[in-house]
Design a protein around this ligand. Structure first.
Ligand code: BG6
Length: 509
C-alpha cells in the first residue's frame, strides 16, 4: 500500500526531520491552548522522537504561578486532552524542561528578565539560542508583545528566532496592515509564522495531493464541470468560556476570514510551480486577489450573519448566545456566517463558492463539497425521478476522507437508478486516524518550513474580501436585526435564502 509519506508531494509538504534543540516560549501560557493543544502536542512528539531531547517550554503569563504549578497544569492537560502521560520516568524527564515565567506583556522589564532567563536555560538545556515565541494571547496584545520582543532584541537573529502569531491576525484590513508593519519593523517575513490550525489538518493538506497528484480530477476542476462549491465548518459547541474574546471576534473573524478562507484557497488555486512555501502561498494569494463577494450592492445576497438563540442540543436545553456568561445581553456578535464568493478567473468564472460556519449547529462537521453540473440530458428520466448531480466531498471532520456521489443502477429487472457513494476513509485505508494539527505546525515552524502558514499579503487579501460585510455589520445597528437561529438547528432563514435564491440548497450533512 502506498503511504502518504512515500508520496513526493507529501514529502514536500512536510520533511521528516528533527528540529534543532529549542525553547518554545508561549505567551499566554495560562490559557486553554497551551494546556489543551500545545504542550500535549510537544509531549507526544517527544515520545514519538519527533522532538529533540533538549526541547524546552517556557510558559509566560501574568499569573504568579510556580514552575511546579505550571508543570502540574500541563500534566493534567496531557492526561485529559493528549494521549496520556505514559511511563512516569518519561514525564519526569519532560517536566524538567517545563518552566513558568510570570511577566507582563506591556512591561519592558519583563522582557529584559525573560531574556536573561532564556539565556540561563540555554546553558542548562543546551538549546543553543534557538527560540520560537508563540503569541497565544488576546489579539489586542499582539502589537505590544511584538514591539517589546523586538525592543529587547529577542527577534534580531533570523536564523534562530521565530515568531508564531495566532489568529485572528488583525480585526480588519487596516489593523492587519498595521500589525504587519509592526511585525516587519522587528523581524523578517521568514521569521513569521501566522498560524491557522486548519492548514495543519491532514485532509486539508491532502487537498493538494488529491488535486495535483491525480490525473483524473484536475480536468474536471473548473467552470465547465463544477456547478458550485460548498465549504462548511459546523460546530456544536457554543461560546464556552471564551466570551471575552469571542464578543469582539464573532464567527467572521474567528473562523471564516482564516480557516474557511484557507480551505477556499486550496480548493480553488492553480497548480503551484513547485512545493516551496512561496510558490504555494503565491497561488493562494492569486485566488484571493481574483475573488469578491458575489453582490456587494445587495449585501444580503452574498453575506448573512446569525446568532444562536436558546434551543436544544442532544436532548438538553442550552441558553442563547446573549444569555451566555460574559456576553452582552444586547450583543450583535454573529455566531454564524455564510458568504457567497465569486472567483473572476478563467477557471472559475461564474462558479459560486458558498462558505458557512456556525456554533451550536446540529453536528460538528467540516467538509468541502464540489457539486458538479447536471448531465445535459437525463435519458433515465422515468427511471430516476430524482437523479442527483455528482458531488465530491472532502471530509475534514469527522471520518476524514473523500467520497464521490454518483448514480448507479438498482439491482433488479427494472432500469431504476439510485445515488451511491464511492468512499475513501483515512482510518480504514491507512490504519491511523489523523493526528492533531498543532503537532505538525509546531514541527514545521521549528524546522523553518513556512508552507502551512499564511503570508502577510494573503492575510490582508482575506480581510479585503470580507470588508464590505464587516463595514455593513459593524455600523451601529439595532442588535435585534441580527438574524437568530435556534441552537441545535441549521442556519437562520436568511442564510437559506442566500443559496435558495440561486436555485441551490445547503447540504444537509
Ligand atoms: C478555533 C476557533 O480557531 O477553531 C474556535 O477559535 C473553534 O472558536 C475552533 O471552535 C474549531 O477548530 P476545530 O479544529 O475543532 O474544527
Amino acid at each position: 500500500m502506498v503511504t502518504l509519506l512515500e508520496n513526493p508531494l507529501r514529502v514536500g509538504l512536510r520533511q521528516e526531520r528533527m528540529p534543532d534543540p529549542q525553547i518554545l516560549v508561549i505567551f499566554g501560557a495560562s490559557g486553554d491552548l497551551t494546556q489543551r493543544k500545545l504542550v500535549p502536542a510537544i509531549y507526544q512528539m517527544k515520545r514519538d522522537r519527533r522532538m529533540p531531547p533538549e526541547i524546552t517550554v517556557v510558559g509566560v503569563a501574568r499569573r504568579p504561578w510556580s514552575h511546579d504549578y505550571f508543570r502540574e497544569q500541563m500534566r493534567q492537560g496531557i492526561e485529559e486532552f493528549g494521549e496520556g502521560i505514559g511511563p512516569e520516568d518519561f514525564w519526569k524527564d519532560f517536566a524538567q524542561g517545563l518552566y513558568y515565567f510570570p511577566g507582563d506583556i506591556d512591561n519592558p522589564e519583563s522582557y529584559e528578565k525573560l531574556k536573561v532567563f532564556l539565556a540561563e536555560i540555554d546553558e542548562k538545556r543546551r538549546t543553543r539560542g534557538n527560540r520560537v515565541f508563540y503569541l497565544s494571547v488576546s489579539p489586542n496584545f499582539f502589537p505590544e508583545a511584538i514591539r517589546q520582543l523586538g525592543a529587547a532584541g529577542m527577534l534580531s537573529d533570523p536564523s534562530k528566532q521565530r515568531l508564531v502569531i495566532e489568529k485572528p491576525f488583525g480585526r480588519d484590513l487596516s489593523s492587519a496592515k498595521a500589525l504587519n508593519r509592526v511585525v516587519q519593523n522587528v523581524c523578517t517575513e521568514q521569521q513569521v509564522y501566522r498560524i491557522d490550525h486548519y492548514l495543519g489538518k491532514e485532509t486539508v493538506q491532502n487537498l493538494m495531493v488529491f488535486r495535483f497528484a491525480n490525473a483524473i480530477f484536475e480536468p474536471l476542476w473548473n467552470r465547465h464541470y463544477v456547478d458550485h462549491v460548498q465549504i462548511t465548518v459546523a460546530e456544536t459547541v457554543g461560546v464556552e468560556d471564551r466570551a471575552g474574546y469571542y464578543e469582539s471576534a464573532g464567527a467572521l473573524r474567528d473562523m471564516l476570514q482564516n480557516h474557511l478562507m484557507q480551505i477556499f484557497c486550496l480548493t480553488a488555486m492553480e497548480p503551484p510551480n513547485s512545493l516551496d512555501a512561496d510558490s504555494i502561498r503565491t497561488e493562494k494569494l492569486k485566488v484571493l486577489q481574483a475573488s469578491r463577494l458575489a453582490d456587494v450592492n445587495n449585501l444580503e445576497f452574498s453575506a448573512v450573519r446569525g446568532q444562536y438563540s436558546a434551543g436544544w442540543m442532544k436532548g438538553k436545553p442550552v441558553p442563547g448566545y446573549r444569555e451566555e456568561p460574559g456576553v452582552d445581553p444586547n450583543s450583535g456578535t454573529p455566531t454564524y456566517v455564510a458568504m457567497k464568493f465569486m472567483v473572476d478567473n478563467w477557471r472559475w468564472q461564474g462558479v459560486p463558492f458558498y462558505l458557512r460556519t456556525g456554533k451550536r449547529l446540529p453536528k460538528k462537521i467540516s467538509e468541502i463539497a464540489i457539486q458538479f453540473r447536471e448531465v445535459p440530458l437525463l435519458i433515465f428520466q422515468s427511471a430516476a425521478q430524482q437523479a442527483s448531480p455528482n458531488v465530491l466531498t472532502m471530509r475534514v471532520y469527522p471520518n476524514e476522507g473523500i467520497s464521490l456521489r454518483f448514480e448507479g443502477k438498482r439491482p433488479g429487472p427494472d432500469l431504476r437508478t439510485r445515488t451511491v457513494d464511492m468512499d475513501f476513509s483515512y482510518g480504514s485505508s491507512f490504519g491511523v486516524t489523523s493526528s492533531d494539527a498543532y503537532d505538525r505546525l509546531l514541527v514545521d515552524c521549528m524546522l523553518g518550513d513556512q508552507t502551512l502558514f499564511t503570508r502577510a499579503d494573503e492575510v490582508e487579501e482575506a480581510w479585503r474580501l470580507v470588508t464590505p460585510a464587516l463595514t455593513a455589520w459593524e455600523t451601529p445597528t439595532d442588535p435585534s436585526l441580527v438574524p437568530q437561529y435556534e441552537a441545535g438547528t441549521w442556519e437562520p432563514a436568511e442564510a437559506e435564502q442566500l443559496i435558495n435564491r440561486d436555485g441551490r440548497r445547503w447540504r444537509r450533512v
